[in-house]
Design a protein around this ligand. Structure first.
Ligand SMILES: *[C@@H]1O[C@H](CO)[C@@H](O)[C@H](O)[C@H]1NC(C)=O
Length: 418
């Protein structure tokens, strides 16, 4: 992902620049003007780019890590989640070098019939479905409408299907973006301060995870003025949570079904989706326990979140076998820094295009990480071409592979011992 580090002491807004983060073994800083760079520096996956900007300054990876470790900096993502589809199906939006070549579509709450919901929802989300009433007397659960402006910001709305991520230390929220000067109707948000552990409650956007197979529905139409993504419920100045995208009344909606994970190993695999739109840290978990089959949420890109008027896709960081979701679904892991969290060895990107196909990419997390998965990964099902990581190498090329399944098709991503 692209990232900016924000100096908490300064807490200034940062420039949306784009110098490629140099690979560990190279030292070619590029220092164009930020505005020009964004045009040049597209984020076609598999070529993901991580960069660290502090204000207008490029910060080295080591400096950034040092500042993060000391609690001086927080990381603010600036990714355009996208990947390059295989050649045959043309993607119209990628014709210009200025675009990020994304495709996508959407999922609305109203179009999602109950039968299209992932089948494992109930068992995978006991927290979301187990409570049948709340102190307010409203019906609760993942299908319950969120009572706009009635719940305090210090109450994580688990009764409405959101899944608390307690290991992040943010009161269950997946990310906090404080925006003191934001008003509804703003076109863009110029000041965003990202919450860290222990920060007090303030107005801003409080993002959340949804159960497996589901995606969040809430983000404001106003996005960051330097193209930062912003997402979550809005905590207003009275201290109450409001829907930021009121056309969706529930907090979560079912993703496009059809992609599953099958873990045949004796160790779990923590699969961590970036919280997007939002702080873009890879914290939204799918816990593939040994022997388990899990849903991997997908979205119709055209109808889901758009970044800079472009549709987006979902990105899943796949950790090494044996790393728990609490350890691995974080930006920076306390252990095994080089192969975990933002430095996880491999990424799965998924998105359903307006051509009806779902694109599934498996690609190394370069140049951020040089780690290789300590397992084999094979995508099977109604796929267009083989796409796998086996015996230390990806199908197609070193930069990974992309396969497609037709609308209504199925794909299984199988993890097995190397
Ligand atoms: C992936 O699975 C398919 C179907 O079982 C099999 O034919 C293929 O050989 C596997 N590929 C790899 C690289 O293991």
């Amino acid at each position: 992902m692209k990232a900016a580090v924000l100096n908490l002491a300064v807490a200034a807004s940062f420039a949306a620049g784009a110098a490629a983060q140099p690979h560990h073994h190279h030292h070619h800083h590029k220092r164009n003007a930020p505005a020009e760079k964004r045009e040049v520096e597209t984020t076609y996956v598999p070529a993901t780019v991580t960069q660290y900007m502090l204000g207008d300054e490029v910060v080295s990876a080591d400096e950034a890590k040092d500042g993060i470790d000391k609690g001086l900096y927080v990381v603010v993502g600036e990714t355009t989640p996208t990947f390059t589809p295989p050649p045959p199906p043309a993607v119209t939006s990628s014709s210009s070098s200025k675009t990020d070549g994304v495709f996508i579509q959407k999922v609305t709450a109203s179009s999602a019939s109950p039968s299209s919901a992932p089948p494992t929802t109930t068992s995978s989300a006991p927290a979301a479905t187990s409570s049948s009433s709340s102190s307010s007397g409203y019906p609760t659960g993942i299908d319950a409408e969120f009572p706009d402006g009635k719940i305090k910001c210090d109450h994580f709305p688990e009764e409405y299907g959101a899944v608390p991520l307690n290991w992040l230390g943010l009161g269950g929220w997946s990310g906090l973006q404080f925006t003191p000067s934001y008003k509804f109707g703003d076109f863009s948000i110029s000041f965003i301060e990202t919450g860290v552990k222990g920060m007090s409650k303030k107005t801003g956007f409080y993002s959340y995870a949804c159960p497996e197979g589901y995606v969040k529905t809430q983000w404001p139409s106003a996005q960051g003025s330097t193209k930062q993504s912003v997402g979550g419920l809005y905590c207003n100045s009275d201290g109450y949570l409001e829907l930021s995208r009121p056309e969706s009344k529930t907090l979560c909606e079912p993703g496009v079904p059809g992609i599953t994970i099958n873990n045949k190993m004796t160790k779990n695999v923590a699969i961590c989706r970036t919280d997007y739109p939002g702080i873009e840290a890879m914290v939204i978990p799918v816990d593939a326990q040994p022997g388990a089959v899990r849903q991997l949420a997908n979205v119709e890109s055209a109808n889901y979140y758009h970044w800079d008027n472009k549709p987006t896709t979902l990105q899943y960081y796949v950790n090494q076998p044996g790393v728990s979701v609490e350890d691995g679904c974080v930006w920076d892991c306390p252990e095994d820094h080089d192969e975990c969290g933002n430095w996880a060895p491999t990424i799965l990107g998924v998105g359903k295009s307006s051509d009806g196909n779902t694109y599934i990419s498996l690609f190394p997390n370069t140049p951020t990480s040089s780690a290789k998965p300590k397992m084999n990964i094979n995508i099977t099902g109604d796929i267009s071409i083989p796409c796998y990581f086996k015996d230390g190498a990806y199908a197609v090329s070193d930069s990974g592979c992309t396969t497609t399944i037709p609308s209504g098709g199925k794909a299984v991503v199988t993890f097995s011992d190397a």
